[in-house]
Design a protein around this ligand. Structure first.
Ligand SMILES: Nc1nc2c(c(=O)[nH]1)N[C@H]1C(S)=C(S)[C@@H](COP(=O)(O)O)O[C@H]1N2
Ligand SMILES: [Mo]
Length: 423
C-alpha cells in the first residue's frame, strides 16, 4: 500500500535508515500503539529494544495507522492523502493528512480531567479549563470543516520551494465536535486591547529544546470570534488520532491549517499581532506583490496569509482510469475555499477548451467542502484528461497551472487533472 519511493525517501532524509530513524521517533508501548492505531495486548512481553515488525519493515512508520497515505517524512511525521482516497464527504480519521512541525507529545495524560487549556493575556480573567469543563460550561457544536495546509501544492512550484513537497493531498474535511472559540474567549472577557490570538500546543521542538515551540501561530481577533472557529475534541464522532492533535485542537476553517493548533493547551490573547514561531520571516507569508520565480524577497515585503483560495479535487476516478468508449462513467470530487464561499464547479475533457457545469449540492454548513459529481460518456477511443475548476463568489476561478511563485511555495490552487484511458 505504501508508496515505495516515499518509503525510500524517509531513509534518505534521515541518513539513518528506516530502523534507526524510527527508533528515534518511537519509544515505549504508548508510542507504538499510537503509531499502529491499535492496542498491543502483549506489549509487556515485547523484549526491550524491539520495535514492532510492522513499524520496522520498509513501510512508512505510522503509515500503519493511516494506510495508503504517502509519507513525506517521519521526523517530523508528515503524510498526505492521494486524491482518490479523499472520495468521501467526510474524510475518515485514518485518511486525514498529517502535518507536524515538531514531535507530538508522548506519555502525557490526555484524559478529560487532566488536560487543561489556559486562556490568558488581554482578558478580564485568565481561565484554566479541563476538557470536562469545556464540555460542561459551553454549548457543544458539530461542524464539517476543511483543514488545508498553506503549502498544499508546493511540489509544483518551479524553482522548487523548500519544505514538504505536498502535491494535492494536504487537505481533508472532517466533522469536528467542540465548542466555539468565541464562547470561551467571551467567558474570559476580552479587553479592548485584544487584537490577536497566539496559539500553543504540547508538541515539542525538533531540537528537543523545551524553550522553543514547534509552531505557535495566531489569528486576528475577528477571525477567532467567527462562529465557525472552534476548539475541538472529537473528529468524525471519535477521539482525534494522536497525530491530528488528540485530545484538543483548534479548527480555524478557511485559513491555512497552521492556524489550527493541535494538542492545544494555551491561547494567549495579544495586544499586537502574534509573533510566535512561524508567524514571521517567510513562514506562511507571501510577497506583497507578484515576483519572478526565484526572486529573493525581503522580509518586510512579506505579508501573512489569511484566507485560502478557491480549490477543488477530482476524487473519482483515480488518475489512469480505464473505461470503455461509449460507456457512462462517474466523475466526483470536492470544492472548497476560504472566506469567500464556493459558487460553482465545472469540468473539461478537452484540456480546458470548453467547460461544463456539474451538480454540486450545498454542504451541511459553511466551510465544509462541497461534493460534486457528473456523469460522462466519452464516445471515442483515446487518451483524455478530466480537468476540474471551481469558482468562488467573487468570480475567481482556479488557474490551469501553478499561480504566483513565492519563496515558500504557498497557495497553489491550480486545477486538478486526472488521466482517463478510453479503450
Ligand atoms: N501543535 C501543532 N499544531 C499544528 C501543527 C503542528 O506542527 N503543531 N501543524 C499545523 C499545520 S502547518 C497544519 S497544515 C495543520 C495540519 O493538521 P493535521 O495534521 O491534523 O492534518 O495542523 C497545524 N497545527
Ligand atoms: Mo501547514
Amino acid at each position: 500500500m505504501i508508496d515505495q519511493k516515499a518509503s525510500r525517501d524517509v531513509g534518505e532524509a534521515t541518513h539513518l535508515g528506516p530502523e534507526l530513524s524510527r527508533r528515534n521517533l518511537l519509544t515505549g508501548a504508548a508510542a507504538f500503539t499510537a503509531a499502529l492505531g491499535l492496542p498491543i495486548p502483549f506489549a509487556g512481553d515485547l523484549p526491550a529494544g524491539f520495535i514492532p515488525v510492522a513499524l520496522a519493515q520498509d513501510v512508512g512508520t505510522l503509515a500503519v495507522a493511516k494506510p495508503g497515505l504517502t509519507l513525506l517524512g517521519d521526523r517530523p511525521v508528515n503524510m498526505e492523502t492521494p486524491p482518490h482516497l479523499l472520495d468521501d464527504a467526510l474524510t475518515p480519521n485514518n485518511r486525514f493528512f498529517v502535518r507536524n512541525n515538531g514531535q507530538p507529545p508522548i506519555g502525557v495524560d490526555t484524559s478529560d480531567d487532566a488536560w487543561t487549556l489556559r486562556i490568558d493575556g488581554e482578558v478580564e480573567r485568565a481561565l484554566e479549563l479541563t476538557i470536562t469543563e469545556l464540555k460542561s460550561r459551553f454549548a457543544t457544536v458539530e461542524l464539517d470543516l476543511v483543514v488545508e495546509c498553506g503549502g498544499n501544492g508546493r511540489a509544483f512550484h518551479q524553482p522548487a520551494a523548500s519544505g514538504n513537497q505536498w502535491t494535492f493531498g494536504a487537505v481533508g474535511c472532517a466533522r469536528w465536535t467542540g465548542v466555539r472559540l468565541r464562547d470561551v474567549l467571551q467567558a474570559a472577557g476580552l479587553r479592548d486591547t485584544a487584537v490577536h490570538t497566539g496559539h500553543y500546543g504540547a508538541d515539542t521542538h525538533l531540537s528537543g529544546d523545551p524553550d522553543r515551540d514547534a509552531i505557535s501561530r495566531g489569528v486576528p481577533i475577528e477571525k477567532a470570534l467567527e462562529e465557525h472557529s472552534i476548539i475541538a475534541w472529537a473528529m468524525n464522532g471519535e477521539p482525534m488520532p494522536e497525530l491530528n492533535g488528540h485530545p484538543l485542537r483548534l479548527i480555524i476553517p478557511g485559513w491555512p491549517g497552521s492556524c489550527s493548533q493541535k494538542w492545544l493547551n494555551r491561547i494567549w490573547v495579544r495586544d499586537q499581532v502574534h509573533d510566535g514561531e512561524k508567524m514571521l520571516g517567510t513562514a506562511y507569508r507571501m510577497p506583497a506583490y507578484p515576483v519572478a520565480p526565484g526572486t529573493r524577497v525581503p522580509n518586510e515585503d512579506m505579508i501573512t496569509i489569511n484566507s485560502m483560495p478557491i480549490k477543488s479535487l477530482i476524487t473519482f476516478p483515480e488518475t489512469g482510469a480505464r473505461v470503455n468508449a461509449g460507456e457512462p462513467m462517474m466523475i466526483r470530487g470536492s470544492a472548497w475555499s476560504g472566506d469567500v464561499a464556493v459558487e460553482s464547479m465545472e469540468i473539461s475533457i478537452d484540456f480546458g477548451a470548453s467547460w461544463q457545469a456539474v451538480e454540486m449540492p450545498a454542504a451541511r454548513n459553511r466551510y465544509a467542502w462541497r461534493r460534486w459529481q457528473a456523469q460522462l460518456t466519452i464516445p471515442e477511443r483515446g487518451y483524455y484528461e478530466v480537468w476540474a475548476r471551481a469558482t468562488d463568489q467573487n468570480g475567481t476561478s482556479q488557474p490551469a497551472t501553478t499561480p504566483g511563485w513565492n519563496p515558500k511555495g504557498y497557495l497553489n490552487n491550480m486545477q486538478h487533472r486526472v488521466a482517463v484511458f478510453v479503450l
